[in-house]
Design a protein around this ligand. Structure first.
Ligand code: ACO
Length: 336
């Protein structure tokens, strides 16, 4: 059995910055409410005509990751693309990346696990590398939330939270067998709560003609619906559980963690987990203040920035953890 290791990281966010004050000009909200509840100061939004889309942002992040891995596009054996905001209803973003990057006819797999999408994608890639089937896997998390947000006061409890961006990593077979790389991955789901955070339609259950026929301003299944407090309560429990699961599987303890990179859902959630695991500030990476919640992109963007800032050192124990719509949640334990 082989082991896998992250050998290249990259991220991309659109240039257009949207501050909390900018939002307060189009909906009834304010900087104090947003910062106090979520920690977010600003986020990036794609601007019409700037050339960005979910796939193209993914490509920009991927190009950086592949270059830093000292590989070429031809070396990639599999694309795993995680998003909840694909450019098209189908096909998924993976094949668009394959086309935009002029890659060989390698497989492209789309992962639909929302905020946990990157952690799920990393786990899938890890399994393919472990068995020896593939050597270099490109995993991308990318989101264009702004294209699908209700920017009126009706949508404020959701719309202020989310931002656009992409992150990518190259996961490769670890030839050195030096104990570094992914130690384990842990995934879970609880579909009973699917409707607590979802976009219901258009879908096979709620198809376009039905939405048009209703012609009702209050019937907006195409916008995300979130039971915020319920999500919050479940998130803090599941984050802790799945981090503990990962630590126990490797006979490690919270004191062994050098860097925890939680999915950037809400700064208050991250702070809650930090407190539970008694981690010092420098052992938890947060950048939600700058980007909002970028769902599947949040962990690879944060991981890339932490690495760029020199905060991930050889031999460090790095823990990734996510929770989100589905509900789905997961963790990855990495020896850097
Ligand atoms: N600006 C101003 N007021 C607002 C806004 C806004 N943007 N949004 C809602 N309000 C109002 C509400 O209408 C409500 O007013 P009322 O008391 O007159 O009825 C009041 O603020 C409180 O609303 P709540 O929804 O109860 O606010 P809460 O303190 O729960 O905060 C939040 C909302 C931030 C969404 C919180 O529940 C939360 O963090 N939930 C976790 C969910 C999360 O992090 N989701 C991220 C995506 S999912 C994921 O990635 C895991």
């Amino acid at each position: 059995m082989y082991t896998s290791k992250i050998i290249g990281l990259g991220s991309y966010v659109p240039e257009h910055i949207v501050t909390n004050d900018d939002l307060s000009k189009v909906m009834d909200t304010n900087d104090a409410w947003i910062q106090e509840r979520t920690g977010i100061k600003e986020r990036r939004h794609i601007k019409k005509g700037d050339g960005n889309s979910t796939s193209s942002m993914g490509v920009k992040a991927a190009e950086i990751a592949i270059k830093r891995a000292s590989l070429t596009n031809d070396d990639i054996d599999l694309i795993v693309f995680a998003t909840l905001s694909p450019d098209m209803y189908f096909p998924g973003g993976g094949v668009q990346v394959q086309n935009m990057m002029n890659m060989k006819t390698i497989p492209a797999l789309d992962v639909r696990n929302q905020c946990s999408g990157f952690v799920y994608g990393l786990s899938v890639a890890d399994q393919f590398i472990k068995t020896g089937m593939y050597k270099n896997v490109l995993i991308i998390g990318s989101e264009n939330h702004s294209g699908g947000l209700d920017m009126s006061t009706r949508g404020r409890s959701v719309s202020v939270i989310f931002g656009d961006g992409a992150g990518a990593v190259v996961l490769s077979r670890n030839e050195k067998e030096d104990g570094s790389g992914i130690l384990s991955t842990h995934l879970h789901s609880e579909g009973a709560h699917a409707k607590e955070l979802c976009v219901e339609g258009p879908s096979m259950e709620c198809w376009v003609p039905e939405i048009i026929a209703k012609n009702d301003k209050e019937f907006t299944p195409y916008y995300a619906h979130m039971n915020g407090q319920f999500v919050f309560k479940n998130a803090v429990v599941r984050f802790s559980e799945v981090i503990n699961e990962g630590l126990e599987a490797n006979k490690l303890q919270a004191t062994d963690i050098d860097m925890l990179i939680p999915h950037q859902a809400n700064l208050r959630i991250s702070q809650f987990i930090q407190k539970q695991f008694k981690l010092a500030d420098e052992k938890v990476y947060n950048n939600i203040q700058k980007y909002g919640n970028t769902t599947a992109a949040s962990i690879p963007i944060a991981l890339t920035e932490a690495w760029e800032e020199g905060k991930l050192k050889e031999g460090d124990l790095v823990v990734l953890a996510a929770f989100g719509s589905g509900f789905t949640w997961g963790s990855t334990i990495i020896r850097w």
